[in-house]
Ligand binder design. Sequence first.
Ligand code: S2G
Ligand code: ZN
Length: 462
Amino acid sequence: MSASQADLLTALGQAIPAAQTSTEPAMLNQYGCDWTRAYEVAPAAVVFPKTEAEVVALVRQANAEDFKLVPSGGRTGLSGGAVASQGEVVVSFDKMNAISGFNAVDRLVTCEAGVVTANLQAFAQEQGLFYPVDFASSGSSHIGGNIATNAGGIKVIRYGLTRDWVAGLRVVTGTGELLTLNSGLVKNATGYDLRHLMIGSEGSLGLIVSADIKLAPAPEPQNVMVLGVPKLTDLLSVLTAFQQRLTVSAFEFFSDLCLRKVLAHRDLTAPLQQACEFYALVEFDESNLEAASDAFAFAMDQGWVVDGVVSQSEAQAASLWALREGISESIAADTPYKNDLAVRVSDVPEFLEAVQAEVVSNYPDFDVCWYGHIGDGNLHLNILKPKDLSVAEFVQRCEAMNPSIFAQVQQRNGSISAEHGVGLVKRDYLGYSRSAGELALMQGLKQLFDPNSVLNPGKLLR
Ligand code: S2G
Ligand code: ZN
């Protein structure tokens, strides 16, 4: 063990029991990364705090002994936000995973940061309520990481993002100060809402240790439709046809290449008789089935849709959802270069047309998977790595094309990272979505909340 590693372990030992610290290579590799694969994984240690007091002590030691901390939740991030490649200490919240309170009157559940999203969803269901933020990785993501990245997912069009369900936070700032923010209040007009500053700050301003999460009334049973949509630019017309007649719970889309990847990876059957360029997935309350059928018939008359299927059971609804939710894992073997773009919903048709032109001219020899939460204006454009191309060369070629893709976003005041966060992957492109003035103020906030830059250094901001 090197002297510096011994010194680090001594410093850590003053904040947290040695039994909650590991320098085992297997642990370092497991906890020093997230779902990105483009970065070296090289933390100096992993610690597993069990209490707020231990998190406070860790941050204070990091300031005193000048080591850096990388917060780690379910490690399902896609922007390198939880990657430790500079000898940092990974702070895993695996052992702070208790649902520590519930109040039926407030409809509030208090979760430690390490509560797995699916466990929160199950807890809500047991109370006859509903936690409506959902995505493919909810079986392993942590609520603390969801809050740190303001995770979105498949129900945003009806229920909003994680931010909309956080009623209170307890956060340890970069100086080791424990803040209690908003305490679950519905109304609180007492100045800046620091809770909302922390949401989406990716562990760069403070470490979330627990949250008061609002729960929604349980929805009625849902129906799911999958529609064949020949033209990308008709997707929004299809959405409008439905929204004029009913409330949609979800409106997703995916290309035929995505579908073929999922069918092959998960051994599922195609939803429609004929293959189609694109597919829309619409979810809605079962009491709106007749209105949805009207919308479907109208969209067929307009030629926007050429075929469709509606779920006849919960099991069939789940199998239709699997066609969309299975995309990410089904293309993982193709080492996809991920874009997570958003524009205002009204800009979607011509934005898609403009991006399609960029893709054809920029990526003539690459397979491109189009999918996403198009009802929120969110496009996940995944470029698949050709088998014969090295990862480094492939990433370099994709990055070389970012300026032309991001320029299309910038022209529409859009976001170059709709829901996956900035981390390391999008950090150097923030200027396409944030002004110089905003970035200067963000740096000022970083300096204020984390003056020694001990929290997730290099993530989100240089
Ligand atoms: C989705 C999941 C991550 C990915 O499927 O909506 O946010 O693969 C994504 O882009
Ligand atoms: Zn998504």
